[in-house]
Write a protein that binds this ligand. Structure first.
Ligand code: LLP
Length: 431
């Protein structure tokens, strides 16, 4: 199986976290997101363990909640001792409503509005990561008006190519995120931030990209950032105590994927930090790391009902389901690959090749093309695997399709953590 939390029971049904997906689909309807709480918790603990064992606990894992933001997720990561990375007023609001302490929140965004900055300042968000000089000035003013000193980090583009999809690469110079090292912009930002009377510059941040399968880009990011931090100490006499290396560890979407485990990634990153600090005679910084996908991605599946099968001779066979790009836009956006199976025939061989089509009025509304699948029939339950990250969080109501319910499974028991959207919800704001 793709992830260890998936099993097949005596009836030949796919189970996640001990719960029969066919029963869940029957009871709750489809499309349906199902998340496995134990796996999410295990992933949180795995990250924290490496920081504890290899770095004396001098760090904080902040779950990047853009991967999946809902109140229950913040409660879970909070109870595991993690902080959270939020990237909008909406994510910040959700985290605070879930009871997360503002101090453990890192606020991101390359185009934050004044309302978002005011909210972050007034609620006492622990660190705000500044992306550009106009934002820095506005934040300084907002902090001054609130009579507060705000801890900030600066988002730096370290100029690293992380070998991932163009749309999820962020660390290179041609990117809308952050300050470039090569042009002197980053140095200018450090100087500007240290002169802001209401801001306390605590460190630097970078994020090189997402779904990164190897360890080396993370080590390289650490080296580049520390070299720059040492340069700032030497040239501007600013010694920054914190380094935030963003997120990005990849997960297994298909059987061919072979990502490095996150413990390996963090270990390699920490080793690079230690070596660089020794070489540069720089104090080892407090480390922040913001994994999103690798905490929730493998912990989720999406269940659909097969509505029809359409074979176009010598061309392809479509299996049409009751969801699609509305609940998982990743194929439409990035041609992302997934594994799928007929949940009620999970013990049978996947000996057909099909294209899974969604219900939207859009030819590109596919879950994937040429995917191996058991012989599908109308009424079957189709499971798409590893959909825990960037599926619900990017879901939309195109064609006025309500967004699905989400279940959290723990030790075989399921509970609803996001209710299914209703037609009434959809017209709620229509006048
Ligand atoms: N920190 C920052 C500043 C980020 O921009 C991101 C992701 C993360 C952390 C978390 O990265 P992760 O560990 O999840 O790779 N929608 C795309 C992914 C976009 C990621 C954007 N930033 C997808 O579905 O693949």
């Amino acid at each position: 199986m793709l992830t260890p939390n998936l099993t097949i029971n005596a009836e030949g049904h796919l189970c996640i976290g001990g719960a029969d997906t066919v029963t869940l689909a029957k009871t709750h309807g489809t499309p349906l997101y199902v998340m496995d709480e134990n796996m999410i918790r295990e992933n949180c603990r795995g990250f924290a363990r490496v920081i504890r064992e290899e770095y004396g606990g001098r760090g904080m894992i902040c779950y990047a909640s853009k991967a999946l933001s809902c109140k229950e997720l913040y409660r879970i990561v909070d109870s595991e001792g993690l902080g959270a990375d939020v990237v909008s007023g909406g994510e910040l609001y959700t985290a605070l409503q879930a009871g997360m302490s503002a101090e453990k929140i890192v606020m991101h965004g390359n185009s934050k509005t004044n309302t978002e900055l005011q909210m972050a300042v007034s609620r006492g968000v622990g660190r705000i990561v500044c992306d550009n000089l106009p934002e820095l000035k506005r934040l300084d003013q907002i902090a001054g008006e609130a009579g507060k000193t705000v801890s900030v980090m600066l988002r730096i583009k370290p100029g690293i190519d992380a070998h991932t999809h163009d749309f999820v690469k962020t660390g290179q110079i041609d990117s809308k995120f952050g300050f470039a090292l090569e042009t002197g912009e980053a140095k200018q930002a450090v100087l500007a931030a240290s002169l802001c009377p209401n801001l306390k510059l605590v460190g630097l941040h970078c994020h090189i990209g997402s779904q990164i399968l190897d360890t080396e880009p993370f080590a390289e990011a650490a080296r580049v950032m520390l070299r720059f931090m040492a340069e700032m100490r030497n040239e501007l006499h600013v010694t920054l105590p914190e380094l935030n290396l963003g997120g990005g560890p990849g997960i297994r979407y298909t059987e061919e994927d072979d990502p490095k485990s996150f413990s390996e990634i963090v270990r390699v990153m920490l080793a690079a930090i230690k070596v660089s600090c020794a070489e540069l005679d720089y104090p080892q910084p407090f480390l922040l790391f913001e994994p999103g996908r690798s905490i929730v991605g493998g912990a989720g599946v999406t269940l659909y009902t097969v509505m029809a099968k359409k074979t176009i001779p010598d061309i392809r066979t479509y299996v049409l389901v009751d969801g699609g790009m509305c609940d998982n836009p990743r194929y439409a956006l990035y041609h992302s690959r997934y594994e799928a199976m007929i949940a009620n025939k999970a013990d049978q061989p996947r000996d057909e090749q099909v294209t899974i089509g969604g219900k939207c009025c859009e030819s590109g509304d596919l879950i994937g093309e040429d995917m191996p699948l058991q012989a599908a029939e109308e009424g079957d339950t189709l499971a798409v695997l590893a959909t825990g990250a960037y599926n619900y969080s990017m879901a939309m109501i195109y064609n006025r399709n309500p967004r699905p319910e989400m279940l959290m499974v723990k030790d075989g028991e399921a509970r609803t953590v996001i209710k299914r959207e209703t037609y009434a919800d959809i017209i709620r704001n229509d006048i």
